[in-house]
Structures are given as C-alpha cells and as structure tokens.
Design a protein around this ligand. Structure first.
Ligand SMILES: C[S@@+](CC[C@H](N)C(=O)[O-])C[C@H]1O[C@@H](n2cnc3c(N)ncnc32)[C@H](O)[C@@H]1O
Length: 238
C-alpha cells in the first residue's frame, strides 16, 4: 500500500475491516443502534431520500434501514469489493437502491438533487481539512430544508494535535484489538498512521456552521468514535 492511497486497504482487503467490525472493536453495534433510533425520529419514514457516502458494504446501516426504510438509497464508495457486498446486504430493502463506484467528495459536489439524509460512516477523516470544508459546503447545498447530515467518525480532543491523537489511537488498537492476527493489526496501524486526519468537534461544528448547518447534536460517543447530526433548522426531537 502506498501512502498516497487512503482507500487501498478497503479496495485490496475489505475483509480486514469486516473482521474488526465483527469483533465490534469500533463500536459498530452501539453506534448503529443509535443511528436506527435516530432515523426512527424522522417524520418521513418510507419517503425520505438517503445518500450514504463511503458506504463500504453497508453491513451495519442496511439492518437499520429495514426498520426505517428510505424511499431512495444511494451508496457511493471507491471500493468495488465493498460495493459488491453492499448489493447483498441491501438486497432486501424495499427502497430503490443505487450503488456507485466513485469519490465521495466528487459525488456530493456534483449532486444535482437534494437529500433528506446524508450519512457518512468512518470516511471523512480520510479527507484533508480543506476537503472536509468542501464536503460540508456541498452537504449544506444539497440537504433538504429539514434534512440531516449524520456523521459517524473518529474525532480528536480539543487542542489535541494529530500526533498525540495517533499515539492514543494506535495504543487503543494494540491493547484492545487482540483477536486480530499480528500482521493484519500492523497493516491496520499503518493505514491509520498514514491516512487518518480526524478533526476536533469544534472544527467540525465550525465547518458545518459556515455551510449553513447551524444546528448540531452529539448523538453518541464511544472512545474516539463519535456520532453527530447536523441540520439547517433546530433539531427539536433529536
Ligand atoms: C472505514 S470504511 C466505513 C464503511 C461504513 N460506512 C461503516 O460505517 O462501517 C470507510 C469506507 O469509505 C470509503 N472511502 C474512503 N474515502 C473515500 C472517498 N474519498 N470516496 C469514496 N469512498 C471512500 C472506503 O472505501 C471504505 O469503504
């Protein structure tokens, strides 16, 4: 893997990420239960349009959507291997499903329609700061009036620099991801060291506000793994 390819680990060996999530090392079970509960608060079940950026194989979002189905689901990811699995996981959904191989930033910047929910799970931290700001601006442009941007991602502490964040996260991986075979754990650590650029909460909120998404809620936090929802209008029930 070259450092210039942040998604190579997902393209080449999707199964490693699947293994980590199988052991729940990144709290997917708790996080996605929270997403399901959040989606249940929407006033437009069965009718809303959902864009999933960096959808991977959609293994954890798909079961949530069975309970609160959108009318339209579109997933975008660079990994063909992940998308091939997503077709299976999303197969039973009543929604109209489209899966597109492509770059998430290009996809949202060129979106020609509005979305009621823009979801992105553990993907935005691969973008550089200016790209994240572009991501929020584009999301702000194509969210419907009562739309939600749901962001699941790793987040740095306020005033924590990237190096000290990485020290902490790599320590967390080495101490808790004990069932991952050693060579795969090292591959995952290299990926994180080379490609993870998480922001702190205030930076994410600032970027969102500049994009017109002035309301935000922290839905959950499990160690460094956060779920946030952003919207244009006040998030009353959330
Ligand atoms: C850690 S996985 C997360 C998958 C799933 N969303 C989840 O929450 O479990 C990150 C996914 O984002 C995709 N990804 C990362 N950067 C991307 C980009 N610029 N454009 C499209 N997909 C991207 C990767 O291919 C990978 O499938």
């Amino acid at each position: 893997m070259t450092p210039a390819e942040p998604t190579a680990i997902f393209t080449r060996s999707w199964s490693l990420y699947d293994l980590l999530t199988e052991y729940n090392y990144m709290f997917h079970r708790e996080i996605y239960k929270g997403i399901e509960n959040l989606l249940k608060l929407r006033v437009d079940p069965g009718h809303y349009h959902l864009l999933d950026l960096g959808c991977g194989n959609a293994r954890y979002l798909a079961p949530c959507l069975k309970h609160v189905a959108p009318a339209i689901y579109e997933g975008v990811d660079l990994s063909e291997a992940a998308l091939a699995e997503a077709r299976g996981y999303l197969g039973e959904l009543s929604a109209q499903v489209t899966l597109t191989r492509g770059d998430l930033l290009e996809a949202i910047e060129s979106a020609g329609k509005t979305w009621d929910v823009i979801f992105t799970g553990f993907a935005i931290h691969h973008l550089m700061s200016d790209e994240k700001a572009r991501f929020f601006r584009a999301a702000g442009r194509c969210l419907s009036e009562k739309g939600w941007l749901i962001l699941v991602d790793v987040v740095r502490e306020e005033n924590q620099d990237r190096d000290s964040y990485l020290d902490g996260y790599l320590k967390f991986m080495r101490e808790t991801w004990t069932k991952v075979p050693q060579h795969q754990l090292e591959e995952a650590c290299t990926h994180v060291r080379d490609h993870d650029y998480p922001e702190c909460l205030s930076t994410l909120r600032g970027m969102a506000a500049e994009a017109g998404l002035h309301s935000s809620r922290l839905i959950s936090r499990y160690a460094q793994h956060h779920t946030l929802v952003f919207s244009r209008s006040t998030l009353e029930k959330v």
